[in-house]
Design a protein around this ligand. Structure first.
Ligand SMILES: [Zn+2]
Length: 143
């Protein structure tokens, strides 16, 4: 099982994460399930409600959630998961991430060390099946 992210969409989320640095960027991943794989078709850079408070608190603005839902329905996609950045921290889920997660979704985390997409040093994806067990990492394939 892998999450497949097209190069063009990866570029968008890397750019977003680098631009927002040293704050935390977040957004949605819209796509389709194909067999055991998750194919991302479109990413949606969102506004972080907690954007300038901490390096690891994110919550997507409700208006962005509604918009993602609208786009998904119109384009016959579904919300596969969410991405967010970890400025100056590794791409590993924090306890806050685990606590705030929902079981169905994929969580893509980008480790960022500075402004500029070249400073996105790592991209990982995780499933967080429940709050009491360790996140399960899933393969990220650049398509
Ligand atoms: Zn996080």
């Amino acid at each position: 099982m892998a999450i497949i992210i097209p190069k063009t969409e990866l570029k968008i989320i890397k750019k977003h994460a680098a631009e927002i640095f040293p704050y935390e960027a977040c957004g949605g991943l819209l796509g389709r399930l194909e067999g055991a794989d998750k194919v991302i078709v479109k990413v949606y850079p969102a506004e972080n409600r907690f954007g300038k408070i901490a390096w690891d608190s994110f919550e997507i603005e409700p208006k962005d959630m509604l918009e993602m839902d609208k786009i998904s329905r119109k384009e016959n996609l579904e919300i596969i998961g969410f991405y967010h950045s970890h400025p100056n921290h590794p791409a590993i889920p924090s306890s806050l991430d685990i606590n705030a997660s929902w079981p169905y979704y994929s969580y893509v985390i980008l480790s960022v060390k500075g402004n500029g997409p070249e400073n996105v040093v790592d991209v990982k994806s995780y499933l967080m099946p429940d709050k009491n067990s360790a996140p399960v990492s899933e393969d990220v394939v650049i398509g």
